[in-house]
Design a protein around this ligand. Structure first.
Ligand code: 5AD
Ligand code: SF4
Ligand code: FES
Length: 362
């Protein structure tokens, strides 16, 4: 096992070393996980920060081949929360000292939507005295829109690259200008220019995906100098084109294991970024998020979407918490995080230390 110890002691990794590390088992795997846990403890302490997740709308202009709410899925009951419903959810998060919320929706890129979100951010900040840290996850927009939202108090933005490999990206999306890899990269650069804490990430265990792809994804995240990472297992959805390839997928337990290793490795590689324990992990294992927290994740996104709509925002199968109310998740998560030996950072934004490190260096 000396080999693994030597590898883990290195300051940076090559692609082939990462491929090696993604395959460790037994004692080597335990060493990787404990290294990642130690780094998190040293750089970020034992706090886990919350982002109350509001799924604003499942209307989407895109047709990603893996996603349950893709525009081509006619079985979806489309909804659009009202501003009041969203502001109420934000007030719930604020009263319960969540510290932050995340607004997520399918991708809508009209001028009306940009203006609506601008107004909504104003309403949320007015109702919560500007105390919440607001993360946006609203897809690809032009730089001007990103800037308008930033000026209204959006401070972080999540836009996953899904796969950093262009060829694989093409296999996961319709081949048209609406689903263009280069546009996505440009959006991530715009977000950085505007001043957001920028987050991205990938799905793990996709059809056609290899360990080499995943190693490249890790190097890509490092190269992009991300402030936040959110990545999780691919979970097939029956009403999507990619469902056809389900026989070729890794068994779900292996996708889960790879997701934990990816989380641990990105923590080892990027010591002071924020890493989300993805909800999709819990679709596979009831203790999925806790396991991610133990190997390097420090952010959890409890769902605070009004209960009646949670079932309609199904990107993948077995989505957890769809039958729970926001209050249920609050108590449940607090207990879970404590059981994982961590503490919830109530009332704190829990911003990415990496972001401030870069800013102060400029
Ligand atoms: N399995 C796992 N994650 C998915 N997403 C979309 N569809 C799936 C799926 N079937 C993820 C994408 C997207 C995020 C909002 O949800 O990574 O960026
Ligand atoms: Fe729309 Fe996002 Fe689903 Fe793609 S992954 S179809 S952009 S909600
Ligand atoms: Fe939603 Fe446990 S986190 S019920």
């Amino acid at each position: 096992m000396a080999f693994i110890e030597e590898l883990l002691a290195k300051e940076s990794y090559t692609k082939s070393e990462l491929v090696e590390l993604l395959q460790v088992t037994g004692d080597g795997r335990a060493k990787l996980f404990s290294k990642a846990a130690g780094i998190k403890e040293k750089y970020l302490g034992n706090k886990v920060y919350l982002r109350g997740l509001v799924e604003m709308s499942n209307v989407c202009r895109k047709n990603c081949l893996y996603c349950g709410i893709r525009s081509g899925n006619q079985k979806v009951n489309r909804y659009n929360l009202t501003d009041d419903e969203i502001v109420d959810a934000a007030i719930f998060a604020w009263k319960n000292k969540y510290g932050s919320i995340a607004l997520q929706a399918g991708e809508i890129s009209t001028r009306e939507f940009a203006t609506r979100v601008e107004g909504l951010l104003g309403k949320i900040n007015a109702a919560t005295y500007g105390e919440l840290g607001i993360t946006l996850s609203l897809g690809e927009q032009d730089e001007d829109t990103y800037r308008r939202w930033f000026q209204k108090g959006g401070i972080r933005y999540l836009l996953r690259i899904e796969s950093s490999n262009q060829e694989l990206y093409k296999k996961l999306h319709p081949n048209d200008s609406l689903h263009d890899y280069k546009t996505r990269i440009e959006c991530l650069k715009s977000l950085r220019r505007v001043g957001y804490q920028v987050g991205s990430g990938v799905m793990i265990g996709l059809p056609f995906q290899t360990l080499e792809h995943l190693a490249d994804d890790l190097l890509w995240m490092q190269e992009m100098d991300l402030d936040m990472v959110g990545m999780g297992p691919y979970v097939e959805h029956p009403d999507t084109p990619l469902f056809e390839y389900r026989e070729q997928l890794l068994p779900i337990a292996e996708r889960f294991d790879l997701s934990l290793k990816m989380t641990a490795l990105i923590r080892v590689m990027m010591k002071n970024i924020n890493i989300v324990a993805p909800t999709a992990l819990q679709a596979i294992d009831p203790l999925g998020r806790e396991k991610a927290i133990k190997v390097g994740a420090n952010v959890v996104m409890p769902n605070i979407t009004p209960g009646a709509f949670r079932n309609d925002y199904k990107l993948y199968e077995n989505k957890p918490c769809v039958d729970d109310a926001a209050d249920d998740c609050k108590n449940c998560l607090d207990a879970r995080i404590q059981l994982a030996g961590h503490e919830v950072g109530y009332g704190e934004h829990g911003d990415s230390p990496h972001f401030y490190q870069r800013k102060n260096a400029q």
